[in-house]
Design a protein around this ligand. Structure first.
Ligand code: SF4
Length: 322
């Protein structure tokens, strides 16, 4: 997860400006530009502009949900599974990492423990994480993979000056230099008509790598641990040019929304898990006034998952495959 406080750091305290303008520090020097976007927040704006505003402009806190925290836990286990020498990357090794990773997460955020009423509820939840890990092993054999990077922070600047930022779960590089971007999803794979949307995040990452390194990744791979499916896509330059145009248009829409202070709710299935229904006009609520101050970066928000919202609302973990 990114750190906006450092993203806007410059000499002296930053004076916020509108999206698209570089914040200016108290001594008049230009701080790092605020023109930055991550795929998760781009996805928020596409899903519901008001949700984007609540998260990025208002920075309203959101209570952790068991489904989101389980996603964090499973990602952490899969990241550290690759610390083991290849022969040791077994299902048993993954399961043995669940408790220590959970203890690490609760040490960092003690309030997570209060998500569960009692030990039995916590045990059932941890078992759900184990089911997802077992499902991971049905999709690939980690003993045959040596990732080049895990939890890779990427950043690139487009010709317009817009910064792209994000975190990639895993980056594999073949001996011939071909790049594969891998993203673990703890939800289920989306229906075909929503697949393009799921791939937008991956194209966003591919665009950032292309612009930063000059290489078009050869494979984008989404691994859905909720139902054990893989979605693969081979992008080319024309795909990524189209993604670039889309990202630029999206940013312009964000700038327009900010200039007009017009962040409209767009009700949909996402509302089922939205933490802000009580202040959403679509549910009879009243949002607070739009703050005058803007964060220095409009990319990441502390406390809000960088992973895009699940392709479907979080649902109980299905039973392990027979
Ligand atoms: S409740 Fe729905 S419409 Fe309202 S802000 Fe949340 S996602 Fe948007």
């Amino acid at each position: 997860m990114g750190d906006e406080t450092t993203a806007g750091a410059g000499p002296g305290p930053a004076v916020p400006g509108a999206p698209g303008e570089a914040p200016v520090t108290a001594d008049g020097a230009a701080a790092r530009p605020a023109r930055s976007l991550s795929p998760s927040r781009a996805g928020d704006f596409l899903t519901c502009p008001l949700l984007y505003r609540f998260r990025v402009i208002d920075r309203l806190p959101e209570p952790p949900s068991p489904a989101a925290v389980r996603g964090t836990l499973v990602h952490a286990v899969l990241e550290h599974l690759f610390d083991q020498p290849a022969p040791g990357r077994t299902p048993q090794a993954a399961h043995s990492l669940v408790e220590p990773e959970w203890e690490r997460l609760t040490a960092e955020e003690p309030e997570l423990a209060s998500l569960f009423a009692d030990e039995a509820e916590l045990a059932a939840w941890l078992e759900g994480a184990g089911v997802m890990l077992d499902r991971y092993f049905t999709l690939e054999d980690p003993r045959r993979i040596e990732p080049a990077h895990r939890e890779l922070s990427i950043e690139a600047e487009l010709a317009s000056g817009l910064h792209l930022r994000g975190y990639i779960d895993r980056l594999d590089v073949a001996p011939g230099g071909e790049i594969r971007i891998v993203d673990y999803k703890t939800g289920t794979s989306p229906p075909e008509e929503f697949e393009a949307r799921a791939l937008f995040q991956m194209r966003f990452y591919a665009l950032a790598i292309w612009r930063a390194q000059g290489r078009v990744p050869s494979m984008l791979q989404l691994m859905y641990l909720g139902n054990g499916e893989i979605v693969r896509y081979q992008p080319d330059e024309s795909d990524l040019l189209a993604t670039e145009r889309k990202v630029e248009a999206l940013w312009q829409a964000i700038e327009r929304a900010h200039q007009r202070r017009d962040w409209r709710p767009r009700p949909g299935r996402v509302c089922e898990w939205c933490a802000h229904q009580a202040i959403c006009p679509a549910f009879g609520g009243t949002p607070p006034p739009v703050p005058d101050d803007l964060p220095a970066s409009l990319a990441e928000v502390p406390g809000v998952a960088e992973e895009a919202p699940p392709s479907r609302p979080p649902s109980p973990v299905p039973a392990a495959p027979a």
